[in-house]
Design a protein around this ligand. Sequence first.
Ligand SMILES: Nc1nc2c(c(=O)[nH]1)N=C([C@H](O)[C@@H](O)CO)CN2
Length: 116
Amino acid sequence: MDFIFIEELRVEANVGIYPRERAAPQTIEINLTFGVPDEAARDDDIAKTIDYADVIGRIRRELEAHHFNLLETLGEFVIALMLDEFKAPWVKISIAKIGVMKGVHRVGVQIERARS
Ligand SMILES: Nc1nc2c(c(=O)[nH]1)N=C([C@H](O)[C@@H](O)CO)CN2
């Protein structure tokens, strides 16, 4: 298995438990790593891997369209997308809010899952 990573992806997301977070989207930062079949590298064929441009576009569209109370739920949503739709065998994600708490630069969640 090879691994694709997407680092410091900034996305406008509807997430949070407070009224101000329900009223407007906020910028979150995503770091995502997922497994891909190594046949793609051998055959030099984009059709045999997961196109990271497709992943980034899909995440942006989905997070614009949904509201999540918790970062944990948002993280599980993206994980399910990667495992079930993009067919990644393994995914690790971290999602951070930036500057939402006094004295804290980033706060967030990290989740790792494999397809069963
Ligand atoms: N475990 C969590 N705790 C909190 C979350 C969360 O998503 N998971 N979210 C909030 C608020 O939305 C906060 O980030 C706004 O500043 C508080 N605790």
